[in-house]
Design a binder for this molecule. Sequence first.
Ligand code: PGA
Length: 263
Amino acid sequence: MTPRNKPVRRRPIAVGNWKMNLTVAESEAVVRKLLETSGDVRDVDVVLAPSYTALWAAGRALKGSGLRLAAQNLHWEEAGAFTGEVSGAQIQDAGCSLVLVGHSERRRLFGETDEIVRRKVARALKQGLEVILCIGETLEQRLGDQTPVVVKGQMREGLADAGKEFSNRILIAYEPVWAIGTGRVATAEQISEVHALIRLEYEKLFDSVSADAVRILYGGSVTSENIADLAAIADLDGVLVGGASLNADRFGTIIRGLQKAKA
Ligand code: PGA
């Protein structure tokens, strides 16, 4: 029996991407509230990605809980004269064990190319961090039937320097650009289709065991209202949540929705 035939249990994961929002005090308050409402959830990985300025304080607030800290970005060099940038070692020092790489806002608004994404992925892995590689097509690309080409291309390029030994420290977040912050959610069919394609591509890049184990998240207008429908999608292992993660009650509902569907 090949590993592909065995049902693999992947631990569900909910990641809150706070983007450029919340002060230090506000970040701490959301963490505290989240611990009150969802601190007892043990079977879902809950990850928060605050701004750099709030990382340390948020990390301190969630210490001792099961919640984990992620950074939204990192630089590809180890250290040096890169004014305004933050290194993998520094985010790790601030308490992060994960980092988002290649978010569409980084690609679109800050000119991050696949080449830059590749270097960041490699640096983060070398640093010992887990990487959440964000990929996804624009509306134009979807309408032009380019989704498979774009998604596979972003994976191939982004993971080109990720050695096989790191395949268990990579997560893929499928975030269609047209669904981010728009209130327009991808359909279950669209998500299933792309997630299957991502898993297949992961197998080509690594191997079938890694492909069975890799967690694939969906992101783009995930809310406390639509989480039940989204979490019911079999090949969806988690969610990457922007706007709705800024509110502890809403994010708590999302975490519980995921827990319920994946139990
Ligand atoms: P959204 O953002 O949930 O606000 O659409 C998702 C993301 O950008 O990760």
